[in-house]
Design a protein around this ligand. Structure first.
Ligand SMILES: Nc1ncnc2c1ncn2[C@@H]1O[C@H](COP(=O)(O)OP(=O)(O)OP(=O)(O)O)[C@@H](O)[C@H]1O
Length: 840
């Protein structure tokens, strides 16, 4: 059965039991897997293709909540949201066909750009509107509740007819102020759902109705009557006796006010914790200069206007127009001026410049790009003008994918949270039962109806485990938002849990501890002619091994290869020649490259078998290293360089030393990992001497260096450490690290450098947007802090409910104190989670 993923925005959920209810309804549809998140008000679903979006939306509606589609849908014709799109998406819907049937009527078609747009526009908007609404209700409730409390508590203020004034002041609070609770309670009840709001609404309604009864029929409304209320009376709650039944307007009003305060704090936290994600998405360009080409013949067909490598043909007319990024498609040509942000992921087809990717990767040095180089959306073109052909636009750009990863992390649920959801799903009926038992129990032992009702109202109000529902999501929201701010993208909340027990971190060398940008150290190399010697000659008697190696390495993507090719190109330029051609190129992963280098203009017809790679592999091929080359290799490696051997026609011809620089932050980051109780291990495919040199520079124990490990064996090193009981985190960047990253993820964590290859990022649990080991420390710190906060939050929520219910049953808790204390626990939980904004 083929399935698809769907994301819904779910409106109206207020408590953990709402979450349980929506999940239950969705899961009732055959084959549907649902994960609903209260904090992000969203649902992530895996559904069989046979189930339409409308069925899903209807299921949520049946549970008493609203739903609208926000994420991918296969069926464009059924993808219209159940409610009109929020007014924030003022732009007209995209009209570009997406391959699906056009959406019927005026409903906005959910084309990919439309989704991207709505994700950006509505992110946090609903939280903001909700927070504003709650703020208005809170302010009015507070203004009215203060005099209600003052009059109730001080007999000096109890003027003639004060009871009626009290009722007049309290009624707007318990009706309009508490409306958010009543509304969701009623919506739930229509479908037989008992949620946390049912409890709150019941508590407030019961105390209000009781008070109205007392006022009108019970004699409490008698003009001139006074009703002192002191602290002991409040604490004694149900036992505060008197000639007339008590009124509880002040309780109802303050319960509402406290709860509104808690909900307001929560809505604000949700809005603010989305800030980091909004900031990330804001990084993207909003507009771009799209270039339309017209051939002299008037044709605009690609074949007529573009040459083979995608650059405009000479003589074509260019016309540039400013368009929104949502209107771009892959294949569009985009002009990027100096200082402008690049709007898409693409390939440079014309021009050269330096691109500043610091926003995305934290790498402060701009990278030189020229024709054929890839550029990433969100980076800034600093110097020259570029013409870029878009390869990925909108949702598929690197930037959008990072954003999607962050929101997926926020929408997923940690195992601890599932537990909290399940518990609260059972909690409501249990509490209603306890409240009923309390009422009956007190009546049976002969208490007055007033005492019995007060105790049972206290149970209802105290039991609302709103704090329980907030404990995990708020911590994850704030924690993963904070992590994103620090350049750490966490794939899912379960990842947070894993960092707790992390005790070993395996660090790849090239590109992780070092920058991964290598250059040839000509002084340390041997067997290649010096440049000054070359300049005087027109043609070489025998072609230089560096040129042969450079020609071959031009076809490899390894950092070592890039360094050799760059040096060979430079030398070719000086000599006024070009790199020779190559046939039969083979890449031997983690070892080197081989191929046949064909003749140059000066030596037509000659061809040489060339191998470039690590010395041990060259030796395995039966090629011995003469003494002077062997000395050169040793000398280069002992200073931390990577030495590779060039063999021509079965004989070692040269040793090339390439050098990489250790990242400035690596040593301090490794020291900090140690203070976090994590043992750093260096894992590299490079030679043992270079590895030991780097380990010495950054402070890794020589015993913890694993060098000359082939890519396939890197996984085994991680597995071996795991077998010895270690919980391993692996940090890597290359394709050769992907398997080890995935292995680490089975019982620990895989962390990929954001500057690394897609394969590494795909395999990792955490992506470090900042190419710095500092980010690893930040990831561990934030994750540990988040987990600690989740546990504290759960403790507060549980301890509070468990301890308070018996008190309320015993009639020792006045409903007002119960409501206040409960709101406090929600505020404690939210405030506790907000502490994560400074974590890391
Ligand atoms: N294209 C290549 N040209 C020359 N030598 C190569 C090439 N590819 C690999 N090698 C040799 O094999 C060694 C191991 O390569 P591998 O890709 O496994 O690790 P690495 O990238 O150097 O280091 P790390 O494992 O720290 O990322 C390199 O140090 C180099 O000596």
């Amino acid at each position: 059965m083929s399935t698809r993923e769907v994301d819904l925005a779910v409106g109206g959920m207020t408590c953990a039991s709402c979450v349980a209810r929506v999940e239950k309804k969705l899961r009732r549809i055959d084959g549907v897997e649902a994960s609903v998140n209260l904090a992000t008000e969203s649902a992530h679903l895996t559904v069989p293709d046979s189930v339409t979006d409308n069925e899903l939306i209807a299921a949520v509606a049946r549970a008493g909540y609203s739903a609208a589609l926000t994420g991918p849908s296969a069926a464009a014709s059924t993808a219209a949201p159940a409610q009109p799109a929020p007014p924030s998406s003022s732009e007209e819907p995209s009209t570009r066909p997406t391959g699906g049937a056009p959406a019927a009527g005026a409903a906005p078609a959910t084309t990919e750009p439309a989704i991207a747009r709505s994700a950006r526009g509505s992110l946090g908007a609903s939280h903001f509107v909700r927070a504003e609404d709650l703020r208005r209700r809170l302010v009015l409730s507070l203004l009215l509740s203060v005099p209600v409390m003052a009059i109730s508590m001080s007999s000096a203020l109890q003027f003639s007819g004060w009871q009626w004034a009290l009722a007049a002041l309290a009624l707007p609070v318990v009706t309009w102020g508490a409306w958010p609770f009543h509304r969701t309670a009623l919506a739930g009840l229509r479908h037989g759902a008992l949620t946390m709001d049912t409890l709150v609404s019941l508590g407030v309604t019961a105390s209000t109705l009781w008070s109205l009864w007392a006022l009108i029929w019970g004699g409490a409304g008698e003009i001139g009557m006074r009703m002192p209320m002191d602290l002991s009376g409040m604490l004694a709650g149900a036992h505060a006796g008197g000639h007339h039944p008590h009124m509880y307007f002040e309780s109802a009003a303050w319960v509402t006010t406290f709860l509104l305060a808690g909900r307001y704090a929560e809505a604000r936290a949700k809005y603010r914790s989305g800030d980091a994600l909004r900031a990330l998405l804001e990084l993207g360009a909003k507009e771009a200069g799209r270039v339309r080409l017209t051939a002299p013949s008037g044709s605009t067909d690609a074949v007529d206007v573009l040459n083979d490598d995608g650059a405009p043909r000479p003589g074509t007319k260019r016309c540039e127009e400013r368009v929104g990024v949502d209107d771009l498609v892959a294949g569009d040509l985009i002009a990027v001026r100096p200082g402008e942000k690049i709007a898409v992921d693409g390939v440079v087809v014309e021009g050269a410049s330096a691109v500043d990717a610091s926003l995305l990767t934290g790498e402060s040095v701009p990278v030189e790009v020229g024709v054929g180089d890839e550029v990433t959306g969100g980076t800034i073109n600093t110097s020259g003008a570029l013409l870029v052909r878009a390869t990925r636009v909108g949702e598929s750009t690197t930037l959008a994918q990072i954003g999607a990863l962050v929101s997926a992390a926020q929408a997923g649920k940690a195992p601890v949270q599932r537990l909290a959801d399940r518990i609260s799903g059972l909690f409501v009926p249990a509490v209603l039962g306890i409240a009923a038992l309390t009422l009956i129990g007190w009546l049976v032992v002969g208490a007055s109806a007033q005492d019995a009702l007060t105790a049972s109202v206290a149970v209802l109000v105290i039991a609302c485990p709103c704090a329980l529902g907030l404990a995990t999501p708020t911590a994850i929201l704030v924690g993963s938002g904070r992590a994103a701010q620090l350049g750490v993208v966490i794939r899912g909340p379960e990842v947070l849990e894993l960092t707790r027990s992390l005790d070993t971190i395996v660090l790849d060398k090239t590109g992780t501890i070092t920058t991964g940008r290598m250059s040839l150290d000509t002084a340390a190399s041997a067997g290649i002619g010096s440049e000054s010697a070359l300049q005087g000659r027109s043609a070489l008697p025998t072609i230089d091994p560096l040129m042969l190696a450079g020609a071959l390495e031009a076809l490899s993507e390894h950092p070592v290869a890039a360094a050799i090719t760059a040096a060979a190109h430079k030398r070719a330029k000086i000599g006024g020649s070009r790199l020779p051609g190559v046939e039969g190129f083979v890449n031997h992963e983690g070892r080197g490259v081989t191929g046949r280098v064909t003749g140059t203009a000066s030596e037509p017809g000659s061809a040489r078998e060339v191998a470039v790679g690590r010395a041990s592999w060259i030796a395995e091929r039966g090629i011995a290293l003469p003494g002077h080359l062997s000395n050169a290799l040793e000398a280069a490696e002992s200073t931390g360089a990577t030495g590779v051997v060039v063999a021509v026609n079965g004989r070692a011809a040269a040793v090339l030393a390439v050098r990489d620089t250790v990242r400035a932050s690596s040593a301090t980051a490794i020291a900090e990992l140690r203070t976090l109780g994590i043992r750093p291990i260096l894992l590299t495919g490079d030679n043992a001497r270079a590895a030991a040199h780097v380990a010495g520079q950054v402070g890794i124990d020589p015993a913890d260096v694993r060098a000359e490990v082939l890519p396939a064996d890197k996984r085994d090193v991680v597995a071996g450490l795991q077998a010895s009981g270690a919980v391993v985190g692996m940090v890597g960047d290359g394709v050769n690290d992907a398997a080890a990253l995935a292995q680490a993820g089975t019982r620990g964590l895989g962390l990929a450098m954001g500057s690394g290859t897609d394969a590494a990022i795909e395999a990792a649990d955490i992506t470090l947007v900042r190419a710095d080991l500092d980010a690893v420390v930040a990831a561990v710190r934030v994750s540990r802090a988040t987990l600690r906060i989740i546990k504290q939050n759960l403790f507060w929520a549980f301890a509070y409910n468990v301890a308070a219910i018996p008190l309320a049953m015993a009639g020792m808790l006045n409903p007002m104190i119960a409501g206040g204390a409960m709101a406090c626990s929600s505020v404690i939980v939210v405030a506790n989670s907000l502490r994560l904004r400074r974590a890391g």
